[in-house]
Design a protein around this ligand. Sequence first.
Ligand code: GAR
Length: 215
Amino acid sequence: MGKSAVTLKIGILGSGSGSNMVSIVDAIERGKLNAEVKVVLSDVRDAKILERAQQHRIPCQWIDCAPYRTKLDDQAEQRCVQILNAYEVDTVVLAGFMRIIKPGLLQAFPERIINIHPALLPAFPGIQAWKQALDYGAKLAGCTVHFVDQGTDTGPIIIQRSVPILPDDTYETLHARIQVEEHIAYPEALRLLAAGRLRINDRKVEILKESRGAP
Ligand code: GAR
C-alpha cells in the first residue's frame, strides 16, 4: 500500500447483473485504469455478470457455494482462492457479491479485497441498503468503496459518493441513481490503488498526492 504504480491483476466476484464489473472493464478499455480483469467468479449459476464477462472474453466460472445462502462454505472458499491464485490475481474486487467473506479468503489477499456498498457507510450496512435508506426516511444516500475486513461492510473507506433521496423515489429509482455514482466510484478507487496512492493508517485511508509525471 502506498507504493509505486502497478498494473492491477483483478479477480471479480459477483452475484448479480455485473454493471459494476462493466464499469471497471470500460475504464480499462478506455485507458483510464491500469488493470487487467483476469477472471470473474459468481456464486449464481445464471448470473448476468457471467454472461457479460463472456461478452468481454474474460474467463469466468460459477462456484457452487451450497449449502449456505449468505456465506462461502470452506470448500467453496478454498476453490475461490485456488482459482484466483491460478490466474495470478493480486486484487479481489467484490461487485455485487452477496456473501460474507471469511478469514480464509481475507488471509489469502490481505488488504487486497475491495467492496462496493450501495449506502454511505457506516449507515445501512447489509442487504438492499437503498431500501433501508428510503424506508428510514434519510435525505441522502450513496455508495461506498472500502477495503474488506472481518466485519460486514465495516472496512476502511476509500471513496464515497452521495445522491439525494427525492420525495417521489421508489426503491428502483433510488438504486438506479446510486448505481450511476457506483460506476464512477469503483474505477476511481481502483485507479488510486493501482497508482499506489492509498495508505491505511489506523483504519483511515489516506489518499496520497499524485506524483509528478504519473500516468
Ligand atoms: C450494487 O448496487 C452493489 O453496490 C450492491 O449490489 C449491486 C450490484 O450491482 N452490493 C451490495 O449490496 C453488497 N452488499 P451490479 O451487479 O450491477 O454491479
